[in-house]
Ligand binder design. Structure first.
Ligand SMILES: NC(=O)c1ccc[n+]([C@@H]2O[C@H](COP(=O)([O-])OP(=O)(O)OC[C@H]3O[C@@H](n4cnc5c(N)ncnc54)[C@H](OP(=O)(O)O)[C@@H]3O)[C@@H](O)[C@H]2O)c1
Length: 292
């Protein structure tokens, strides 16, 4: 018997397995493309011939695959091995995907915890790494000590979708920053300006703006948007200038025009004198009826 099994040996799954092997745990691994297991086998991992064998080899299996359809395909083939096993799903997905998968797995006799790794593979097991978890607390506590080896764990609660809701929210903030930075780089590049030279200025602006987020969050939670020095009308005007500049410099405007539309809509709805926190309700669609 191994201490744990890992299904999926992409960049992340391989990092998870390597971290546990470095800590002296007995690890069984399985990957659709068997050759990806070789570096881990050389470090002491046992390679299962299929996913069912990997799940049967340990009390708990960590899953790190591309997406939920891939997970479902793998687990359908391994369903006979699921009774009395624990699965910890570390694959990125959506809240509905998580709920459906949890119900599907539990109906086949396994316990199911969801997790979201908030760092890159190189950072797994390092001091700054952190991982979010949600689902049955007893299941989380049973494995907490070993999960801690991957990074600081944050247990968010019994609702199985909580880790994924946080994951997609945190990633939205991250991709928003990357998208803005890529647009900035395209504008600079279009004028043959060194992106390398300008990037310290970009990071300086971003650092200053990040400091505003706790107060913005307080306003959003309180539903209370003050009339600040930097108001939405001023920002909508700047965004129009960014879109216009993009056209002039031959840069596609799609990323920034979506943000311009949000601010223009805010101004049209009478929020021009308010802070950005007032725009959050404009992003929220009416709730959908629950799935049958
Ligand atoms: N990399 C990161 O920075 C990072 C950070 C946080 C979270 N994550 C999450 O970790 C998960 C894995 O990411 P990764 O970076 O390891 O991706 P990756 O390197 O692209 O690896 C994808 C893995 O999924 C497997 N796979 C894909 N389709 C499959 C299918 N239909 N059936 C069976 N296996 C399939 C691949 O198997 P093959 O080897 O056979 O192709 C491989 O093991 C994702 O959900 C990602 O969002 C990644």
């Amino acid at each position: 018997m191994s201490d744990l099994s890992i299904i999926g040996l992409g960049a992340m799954g391989s990092a998870l397995a390597a971290t546990y092997l470095d800590r002296g745990l007995r690890v069984t691994v399985w990957n659709r493309t068997p050759a990806r297991a070789q570096p881990l086998v050389e470090r002491g991992a046992r390679q299962a011939t299929d996913a069912a064998e990997a799940i049967a080899a340990s009390p708990v299996t960590l899953i790190s695959l591309l997406d939920y359809p891939a997970t479902r395909g793998v687990l359908e083939d391994a369903a006979a091995a699921l009774p009395n096993r624990d699965l910890i799903q570390l694959t990125n997905g959506s809240p509905e995907q998580v709920r459906h998968m949890a119900a599907w797995v539990e109906a086949r006799g396994a316990r199911y915890l969801d997790g979201a790794i908030m760092v890159t593979p190189e950072m797994v097991g390092q001091p700054d790494a952190f991982v979010l978890y949600s689902g049955p607390e007893a299941l989380y506590r049973d494995h907490e000590a070993r999960l801690r080896l991957l990074g600081e764990p944050a247990y968010l609660g019994e609702d199985i979708a909580l880790a994924t809701v946080h994951d997609v929210a945190l990633l939205s903030a991250m991709f928003g920053m990357f998208g803005g930075y890529l647009h900035a780089a395209a504008l600079l590049h279009a004028q043959a300006i060194s992106v390398t030279d300008a990037t310290p200025m970009v990071t300086s602006v971003l650092h200053a703006m990040i400091g505003l987020l706790p107060e913005t969050a307080r306003e959003i939670d309180a539903g209370d948007s003050p009339q600040p020095g930097s108001n939405n009308l001023m920002m909508a005007t700047a965004l129009r200038n960014i879109v216009q500049s993009s056209h002039e410099l031959g840069v596609r405007d799609g990323l920034m025009d979506a943000i311009r539309q949000l601010f223009d809509r805010g101004v049209a709805e009478g929020l021009g004198a308010r802070d950005i926190s007032a725009l959050v309700p404009l992003l929220q669609a009416p709730p959908r009826p629950p799935a049958p």
